[in-house]
Design a protein around this ligand. Structure first.
Ligand code: GDP
Ligand code: MG
Length: 162
């Protein structure tokens, strides 16, 4: 089964979207040390395509100095093990320095990377999502993980690439 990784800095809505995707399925936590433990796996299905999803970050408390490094490591693991990557960003904050740093790593992979511009809860925020094209990753999908707005278009495109 294909594996989809959700990566991004804290608070952009990764876990909210993971929970939406895997709602009817059970999440599995792996008892492993360090950054690999900071991952939760679940199963999702869209248009009859079943796939595994991994939510990264936020399960192991990190001291602030290793925080950014831990997020970068999660991106590296995603590039190695995932079949597709959902790079989540937040339309209410726009592009941050950490987003830029993660995008730089993600531009190096040939695997499909979808920029998921979350918290696009209304039309205005949906238009603002185009600012994320400056990350240099081709596909930007505005969604609201809370309401589900825009998620159909994203998932249609995602499962075509699995
Ligand atoms: P994570 O740290 O990336 O896993 O982010 P969380 O899923 O924990 O969400 C961080 C905060 O953003 C929470 O307060 C969520 O309720 C909120 N949030 C998540 N998705 C959305 C959304 O689509 N719209 C809005 N307005 N808030 C959201
Ligand atoms: Mg989280």
């Amino acid at each position: 089964m294909a594996l989809v990784a959700i990566v991004g800095r804290p608070n952009v809505g990764k876990s909210t979207f993971f929970n939406r995707l895997t709602r009817s399925h059970e999440a599995i936590t792996h008892d492993q040390p360090g950054v690999t433990r900071d991952r939760v796996y679940g199963t999702a299905e869209w248009n009859g395509v079943r796939f595994s999803v991994v939510d990264t970050g936020g399960y192991v408390p990190n001291s602030s100095d290793i925080f950014e490094q831990a997020i970068r490591e999660q991106v590296q693991i995603a590039i190695e093990e995932a079949d597709a990557i959902l790079f989540m960003v937040d339309v209410t904050t726009g592009v941050t320095d950490l987003d830029d740093a993660l995008a730089e790593l993600l531009r190096r992979t040939d695997k499909p990377v979808f920029v998921v511009a979350n918290k696009a809860d209304n039309d205005e925020r949906t238009w603002e999502a185009s600012t994320f094209y400056q990350l240099g990753l081709s596909e930007v999908y505005p969604i609201s993980a809370l309401s589900g707005r825009g998620t159909g278009e994203l998932l249609d495109a995602l499962v075509k690439r699995l």
